[in-house]
Structures are given as structure tokens and as C-alpha cells.
Design a protein around this ligand. Structure first.
Ligand code: CS2
Ligand code: MG
Length: 404
């Protein structure tokens, strides 16, 4: 079997996506997600200009060799653009592998280790009452885990407001230039414990409660937040502090037992190797579409398994349905699964992406179609042209740049 064509499809049904299509001389096609929110065309160009010419003529079954060729052969290693491009190729090749074998990809990864994949919904609200009502909606839908984000009194804007997975999905990249938000940590740290207390008081402790700090605290502030939330038994607090500084998590660990999750902005095992080896985190959030695909994600998850760290992959709406389908196959098979993020996707995504995954009783299942179980309607995709969109930026009140 040989690769005959490599096509990059940039389309925007609800938001921008970059999708990779690998075609073979035996008519088998594989799909991969190459979307990098706010920098989509950089990955599209990397694939079209630099990767596609290297793939045509190769045997698509040689997934590991192609992965190593693209990773080592570029000389310039790692980084979100490179690893998202490699991820898209990798997932498309696993899709082809499954179709050749007549098996869903999870069967090629060792088979199911569980009956379904637990996901968390995204409740949010401009007021505590709105937030509480949104939490109730997710619990009524059968979710076993809910992330809560709320407007912070005294702050005009904060992360995670707007939309919800069953209906309007939260999409932060909404400006043709980056929106500038003003941030202040004090009101946030003062507000959070009361918010979580209100959630537990209303709904009890029978479901998992999560929160995304979104990189905004210093290590000692993160330690303070974790300590203040201990009575509310968080499933995790996410991105409590920017995690390039892996050692910073030693400080947080000294002060709190609140579980920690990081990794959605990581793109290789080297970004998190110390965090995992020293057990400085409890969940690793690397995704199949930004961390080198199924081939590399398995290495990260195996390293995590050896150190008692569980998986908690990123699954925001800017990771396409192709990515979510692939993630479910990995989630179903890995021994150290923790939880999978599911934010849903903005309409009219269904016009372009045809998926086989299902949701029931708080659990997703990827389905048993050969490969990853997705298809892409290219004619529909052509109806939704790309529009440049940026994620917001954060500044402190004195104008200093901060982390969004
Ligand atoms: C967030 C994302 O889902 C999450 O945990 O961190 O919404 C993130 O802001 C976006 O994926 C960025 O594109
Ligand atoms: Mg996050």
C-alpha cells in the first residue's frame, strides 16, 4: 500500500478547523485533526509545504517509522506547530491502520479497559445562581463530572464564560484581533472558595467537581487556592500556574492535597517528564492533537502510569470532532484513564464532520467502526471559509501582560 495524496482542509463550520486527509492507492483514507487555536494556518502551511511532499509514496502502515522520520528528520524538534502537524499525520495513519484491519483503533491499542469514557461538562454563569442552575443541567443530563467557572465580582472578564456543551459551546477565539482582558488575582482568590461551597451545598459530593485556573496564579497563590478548596474535594484544579516551570509544582505540593492537572499546552513528553516522574501532578492533560498523535500520547500516558499519574486529556471545542473521536479510542484502552474533557462543538459542525461516538449515562464510547470512526464532507467544508480569529490576552490593571 502507498500514500497517493495528502490534503489539508481548512474549514470553519462554527469555528476554524484544520483537517488532514491521507489517501492511499487502495482507496483507504485516513483523517487527522491539525487545528491549533489562533495559529491554524501555520500548521496548515507546515503540512502542505513541508510534510505532504515527504509522505507521498510511503507505506502508510509504517506509523512509527513515519513518526520518527517527521520528528527527527525536521531537525528542529518539538513545539506546538510541529507536534500538531505530526499528530494529524499520526492519527490519520492509525485511522488507515484500523480500516485495513477492520477494527476500531481502541482494539489495536489493547482493547477496551472500561465500558465507557467519563467526561466532564462545562458549567458556567455570570452569577452564582446562574452557575448553580448550569451545574444542575449537566447533572440532569447524566454527567458524573462538571467543571465550574463563574464571573468574578469586580472583574469585567474571566476565563470560561459563555456557552455549554449541550447547546452553545464556549469558544474563546472570537476576535479578528486579540481581545484584551483586565485581570486581578485578589478578587478571584477571595471568590473561589465561596463558589465551590455553594456548589457542594446545593448538589452535595456525589459528583466530580473541577475548575480551570487557566495559568493565572503564581506558585504560592496556587498553593493558597488549593488549600482553600480542600473542604470541597475537587477532582482537580487545572493549570494552577504556568507549567513550563515544572519545579514550581514542588511548592504547590508542599501546601495542598487538592489534585493538580496540567498539560493542554504541552506537546511532548519532555514538557512534563519531571512533573510526572516526581509525582508533582495527578492528571496529565496532553491531547492527541497537540502532543504528537496516538503514537506519542501513548508514551506520555505510559510514563504517567508508571508514576501513578492518570490521564485527563484536553477536549475543548477547538479540538475538532476528529480529535475527540481519536481521544476516545485512547481513553477507552489506557489502564490509567482519569477523565476526558468534552466541551462539544459549535453548530454547524455536524454538516462537515460525521462521527460515530455516542454519549450515554455520563460516558462516551468511540463506536466500533474500523479506524477512528469519522468522516469529513469535503463539499460541506468548502462552504465554510477560514476567518482569522485570535484568543484573548490578559493584562493586569497596571497594563502588565499576564497569562490568559
Ligand atoms: C481550556 C480551553 O478547555 C480548557 O481546559 O483551557 O478552553 C483553552 O482555553 C482553549 O482550548 C484554548 O484554545
Ligand atoms: Mg484548560
Amino acid at each position: 500500500m502507498r500514500i497517493t495524496d495528502v490534503k489539508v482542509i481548512v474549514t470553519a463550520p462554527g469555528r476554524n478547523y484544520v483537517t488532514l486527509k491521507i489517501s492511499t492507492d487502495e482507496g483507504v483514507v485516513g483523517w487527522g485533526d491539525a487545528t491549533l487555536n489562533g495559529r491554524e494556518l501555520s500548521v496548515a502551511s507546515y503540512l502542505t509545504e513541508h510534510v505532504a511532499p515527504l509522505l507521498v509514496g510511503r507505506d502508510p502502515q509504517r506509523i512509527e517509522d513515519i513518526w520518527q522520520y517527521l520528528y527527527r528528520g525536521a531537525y528542529w524538534r518539538r513545539g506546538p506547530v510541529t507536534m500538531t502537524a505530526i499528530a494529524a499525520v499520526d492519527v490519520a495513519l492509525w485511522d488507515i491502520k484500523g480500516k485495513i484491519a477492520g477494527l476500531p483503533v481502541y482494539q489495536l491499542l489493547g482493547g477496551a479497559s472500561r465500558d465507557g469514557v467519563m467526561v466532564y461538562g462545562h458549567a458556567n454563569g455570570e452569577t452564582v445562581d446562574d452557575l448553580l442552575a448550569d451545574v444542575g443541567r449537566f447533572l440532569d443530563l447524566g454527567y458524573r463530572a462538571v467543571r465550574v467557572q463563574a464571573a468574578v465580582p469586580g472583574l469585567e472578564k474571566t476565563y470560561g464564560m459563555g456557552g455549554n456543551s449541550h447547546g452553545r459551546t464556549y469558544e474563546p477565539a472570537d476576535g479578528d484581533l486579540p481581545a484584551e482582558h483586565a485581570w486581578e488575582t485578589g478578587p478571584y482568590l477571595d471568590f473561589l472558595p465561596g463558589l465551590m461551597a455553594a456548589v457542594r451545598e446545593r448538589y452535595g459530593y456525589g459528583f466530580h467537581l473541577l475548575h480551570d485556573v487557566h495559568h493565572r496564579l503564581t506558585p504560592i497563590e496556587a498553593a493558597r487556592l488549593g488549600k482553600s478548596l480542600e473542604p470541597y474535594r475537587m477532582f482537580w484544579i487545572e493549570d494552577a500556574t504556568p507549567a513550563e516551570d515544572q519545579q514550581a509544582f514542588r511548592l504547590i505540593r508542599q501546601h495542598t492535597t487538592t489534585p493538580l492537572a496540567v498539560g493542554e499546552v504541552f506537546n511532548s513528553i519532555w514538557d512534563c517528564q519531571q512533573l510526572i516522574s516526581e509525582r508533582l501532578i495527578d492528571y496529565i492533560r496532553t491531547s492527541v492533537s497537540h502532543a504528537g498523535g496516538i503514537t506519542h500520547l501513548r508514551r506520555i500516558f505510559d510514563h504517567a502510569h508508571l508514576h501513578g499519574v492518570r490521564t485527563g486529556s484536553h477536549g475543548a471545542g477547538d479540538l475538532s470532532p476528529v480529535s475527540f473521536a481519536a481521544a476516545l479510542h485512547v481513553d477507552l484502552a489506557v489502564p490509567n484513564f482519569g477523565i476526558q474533557e468534552y466541551m462539544g462543538h459549535l453548530d454547524p459542525w455536524q454538516e462537515v464532520f460525521k462521527v460515530g461516538y455516542t454519549f450515554e449515562n455520563g460516558l462516551f464510547h468511540p463506536g466500533d467502526a474500523p479506524g477512528i470512526g469519522v468522516d469529513v464532507d469535503e463539499e460541506a467544508a468548502a462552504r465554510y471559509p477560514y476567518q482569522r480569529r485570535y484568543l484573548p490576552v490578559n493584562r493586569l490593571r497596571d497594563g502588565s501582560m499576564h497569562d490568559w
